[in-house]
Design a protein around this ligand. Structure first.
Ligand code: HEM
Length: 535
């Protein structure tokens, strides 16, 4: 029957219940009103004008107007998948319980469901997946003790070691506020005044800055965390994901070949591999260090611009992760997923790493803005475990986190009238002693160049050549003061490094382009030069 009442209600007294029973594929409004005409707006005569009371039309358009939420301010472009983590119960040859009482690790073969979101950092939600950029590797473990998020990157070090500098770092890499284009001059203006970034820059402008796919890259927690055992004793720990698929990175030239044809190649690769039943897998490894400031090392263990040398602190496997299920809906699961460095379970703890502490404020703060105050009630973010809190209300609250039998009048604690109660302690608290003057100071052992130089020398020739080409390409259009400062910093890392960048820049000094354009130009020129040098 043609709906005559203008708002989608079934006509002729037919009840909505009847309608739902007769055809469960019937299109409805969000109010449950069946829609019998989804093609024509309600108008005065077939030529219009339209009428304003057309509720069905208004609902459809106004919801569409609100389809986007704010993008992540960083890591906007991403892809995700579900899977599981399986524990080995050992760390090296020792029972893992010696170091951590976290339940998910204790039993050999124990599986914990996970959701992983991979991402690139700087550009928007549909930007090419071939861009030179760190890649995010964020894992949500839905453990029996509640959620644990490990929010990591593919690269194992970072640009800065103090959270105070993060907005400046991101502004320098994001598009210019006037031209709306990413600009190598702005990037290197900031970096040339930020010597602690040299290790990360050396990785980023090499092929390591463009992983071939998400499946073929490592992951790392980057910041230093702690493990706490049954006695409440802590050790420092760093986390690493090692891909069973192997590691593959792209030169700028290879990335351009892909980008010309497909700017979604990593999302496609992940989705299609899982659909084919080729489930990507990573081994989960840790590095462990006793919990002190290690004066014998030439770097600070809490400094996230440094690697812990693997000869002294070997990678110890503690489990593996398999991704075996694609999201059913990108927005509901991948876009609304919210990871944060504060989300730890018993047996895991924060180190004194000030960068990690800064991050811990930022994630849940941005998610309350980006997704909403009740973002943790969404299925992708809610723990699989029962939740019972006295947090109430707020926009879009749709469950009340009560325990069975809880007195619904008591949304406070403590109470003698049937409210929620504190749990028993899972073990002794970890109570490190902290003392010092309140200061604003850099760490003492900055040592900004040594590991960057080691990195430069450790690369294979093709990686080093690509690194130089990419840096020269990005720096050529920059102001001389920026070029000179960068050459000085590269030289401090390794003389050959500084010399090769300087020579590359001196050959030509014109133009003004984005890093990706200028890197491309650098590679093209190098290719032309090497071709013309051939007999
Ligand atoms: C995302 C802040 C450093 C990895 C984000 C977001 C913010 C943020 C605000 C958006 C989150 C959202 O909208 O849900 C910061 C701050 C940092 C910092 C303030 C430094 C002080 C790092 C470092 C890593 C990292 C060192 C790597 C270990 C990630 C990842 C995401 C992310 C992987 C995307 C998470 C997802 O897939 O939803 N960060 N970040 N960040 N950050 Fe950081």
């Amino acid at each position: 029957t043609k709906n005559q009442n203008g708002n989608g209600h079934p006509a002729n007294g037919q009840s909505e219940k009847d309608n739902a029973n007769t055809d469960d594929q019937t299109l409805t409004t969000r109010q449950g009103h069946p829609i019998s005409d989804n093609q024509n707006t309600r108008t005065v005569g077939s030529r219009g004008p339209t009428t304003l009371e057309n509720y069905q039309f208004l609902e459809k358009i106004t919801h569409f107007d609100r389809e986007r939420i704010p993008e992540r301010v960083v890591h906007a472009r991403g892809a995700g998948a579900h899977g599981y983590f399986e524990a080995y119960s050992l760390v090296g040859n020792e029972p893992i319980a010696k170091y951590t009482r976290a339940k998910l690790f204790q039993q050999k073969g124990k599986q914990t469901p996970v959701f992983v979101r991979f991402s690139s950092v700087i550009h928007g939600g549909h930007s090419p997946e071939t861009l030179r950029d760190p890649r995010g590797f964020a894992t949500k473990f839905y453990t029996e003790d509640g959620n644990w998020d490990l929010v990591g990157n593919n690269l194992k070090v970072f640009f800065i070691r103090d959270a105070m500098k993060f907005p400046d770092l991101v502004h320098a890499f994001k598009p210019d506020p006037v031209t709306n284009r990413q600009d190598g001059e702005r990037i290197f203006d900031f970096i040339s005044n930020t010597p602690e970034a040299m290790h990360m820059i050396t990785f980023l402008f090499s092929p390591w800055g463009i992983p071939a796919t998400y499946r073929q890259m490592q992951g790392s927690g980057v910041n230093t965390y702690k493990w706490v055992n049954d006695a409440g004793e802590g050790v420092l720990v760093k986390y690493h994901w090692e891909p069973k698929q192997g590691i593959k990175n792209l030169t700028q030239d290879q990335a351009e070949q892909i980008q010309g044809k497909n700017f979604n190649h990593s999302t496609q690769d992940l989705y299609e591999a899982i659909e084919r039943g080729e489930f990507p897998e990573w081994e989960f490894c840790v590095q462990i260090m006793s919990d002190d400031d290690h004066p014998e090392l030439d770097f600070d263990p809490l400094d996230d611009t440094k690697l812990w040398p693997t000869d002294q602190f070997p990678f110890l496997p503690i489990g593996r992760m398999v991704l075996n299920r694609n999201p059913e809906n990108y927005f509901a699961e991948v876009e609304q997923a919210a990871f944060g460095t504060g989300v730890l379970v018993d047996g895991l703890d924060f180190s004194d790493d000030k960068m990690l502490q800064g991050r811990t404020l930022s994630y849940s703060d941005t998610q309350r803005y980006r997704v909403g105050a009740n973002y943790l009630q969404l299925p992708i973010n809610a723990p699989k475990k029962r939740v019972a809190t006295n947090q109430r209300d707020g926009q879009m609250a749709y469950v009340v986190d009560t325990a069975p039998g809880q007195n619904p009048h008591v949304n406070y604690e403590p109470s003698s009238l049937g409210g929620l109660k504190e749990s028993t302690k899972p073990g002794p608290d970890h109570t490190p002693y902290v003392a010092g003057n309140l200061v604003r100071q850099k760490i003492e052992r900055t040592n900004d160049f040594k590991q960057a130089g080691e990195r430069y020398r450790s690369f294979e020739d093709w990686e080093r050549d690509d690194l130089i080409n990419n840096l020269v390409g990005a720096l050529k259009p920059a102001h001389k003061v920026v070029q000179d400062k960068m050459i000085e910093l590269f030289t401090k890392c390794d003389e050959d490094y500084g010399r090769r960048v300087a020579e590359g820049i001196r050959q030509d000094n014109t133009g003004h382009a984005t890093p990706n354009e200028t890197q491309a130009e650098g590679v093209r020129q190098a290719a032309e030069e090497s071709q013309s040098a051939q007999p």
